[in-house]
Write a protein of this length. Structure first.
Length: 343
């Protein structure tokens, strides 16, 4: 019992990377960057796995400015949606990190959340801290169940954290199914970008992975409607940014033709109307990059290959960062322009 208690204290108040490896590693990298260049304002990018794999700040050149150029850091998280983006923002503010600007990715299909589909279905209670429960308690379907799962994870920390402990000290003992997380951590660079495990795909493999990716979102494709929980999380993020005097903007990551084909006309109308309304109501810019990349840039129709991430990051700097930082006009990117730019 004493060992369990010591481990709980360590993962909650000492080495947070033991509790939540991706969060802990990205937080450490961000702190390192801020310590190296303390005079640069922080431009933080919150997002899903699309952002985590698709935006490489080192390849996003910023315009020359009279003031210090912002430090762009990618805090996209695998498995995240609007609710977990809110959680990341709350965590960072609690850590004393207050960016000057925040770009928030909107994954259209994660605007649809129900008890059988969405980011809450796989919420890992063992990776949550005490303060996280207060954030998530208003969003989960069963608050008592969340607390029970969290307490069980704490009381059995040696078991619930066994994979994270092995990742740290005994990686060779990891179950092969758990080695993906370890390899992903190894591909994380100093700006928060995570390279895809695959550097290239054959046409046959791409079609196979695209079918799997589209199939994973079938519940949202089949009966898409914008639900209350993710919508409320987005509103809370934007109100929080306003209260903290952080300039915010919204953006959509690119999708390949196979993924885009899954949306119904009704879903597209709902998404467009909702994002326009949120942008206007909160007074924040909206950058729609859905058509920004050709299919050859993707692993599986919505996650980027490393070479695709480099190309997209340059385009992101041109079409999002430069207008945002210089108060210029956003130039929309058409599908034809994206294809003309090459794979």
């Amino acid at each position: 019992m004493l060992v369990q208690l010591v481990l709980v204290l360590v993962i909650d108040y000492g080495d947070v990377e033991l509790r939540d490896p991706f969060w802990g590693r990205k937080l450490a990298l961000l702190r390192q960057r801020l310590a190296q260049e303390p005079d640069r304002p922080l431009l933080l990018v919150l997002g899903t796995s699309r952002t985590a794999l698709g935006l490489k700040p080192a390849f996003a050149p910023l315009p020359s400015m009279a003031d210090a150029r912002p430090m762009v850091f990618n805090f996209g998280m695998i498995g995240a949606g609007p609710i977990q983006e809110l959680l990341v923002l709350r965590r960072l503010l609690a850590e004393g990190i207050r960016p000057e600007r925040i770009l928030i990715e909107i994954h259209p299909l994660l605007l649809h959340e129900d008890s059988g589909f969405g980011e809450l279905t796989a919420l890992p209670a063992a990776r949550l801290g005490w303060r996280d429960l207060r954030v998530l308690g208003d969003y989960v379907y069963d608050r008592r169940l969340l607390y029970r799962r969290w307490w069980h994870a704490r009381l059995t920390a040696c078991w619930s954290q066994r994979v994270n402990l092995q990742m740290r000290w005994l990686p060779r003992w990891l179950d092969p199914k758990c080695q993906f997380d370890q390899r992903a951590l190894c591909r994380l660079d100093g700006d928060g970008w995570t390279a895809s495990e695959l550097s290239a795909v054959t046409p046959q493999l791409y079609e196979q992975l695209a079918r799997i990716a589209v199939g994973a979102y079938e519940p949202a494709f089949a009966d898409f409607h914008i639900t209350e929980r993710p919508s409320r999380a987005i509103d809370e993020m934007l109100r929080l940014c306003q209260a903290e005097q952080i300039e915010a903007a919204l953006f959509l990551m690119p999708e390949a033709s196979q993924f885009r084909a899954g949306y119904s006309e009704s879903a597209r109308r709902q998404i467009d109307a909702y994002l326009t309304e949120v942008s206007q109501r909160h007074g924040v810019p909206l950058f729609d990059l859905t058509y920004a990349c050709s299919d050859a840039n993707f692993v599986d129709s919505h996650h980027m290959l490393p070479a695709g991430a480099e190309r997209f990051s340059r385009q992101f700097a041109r079409d999002v960062l430069r207008p945002l930082l210089t108060d210029g006009q956003v130039v929309p990117v058409s599908l034809e322009e994206a294809i003309d730019q090459g794979p």
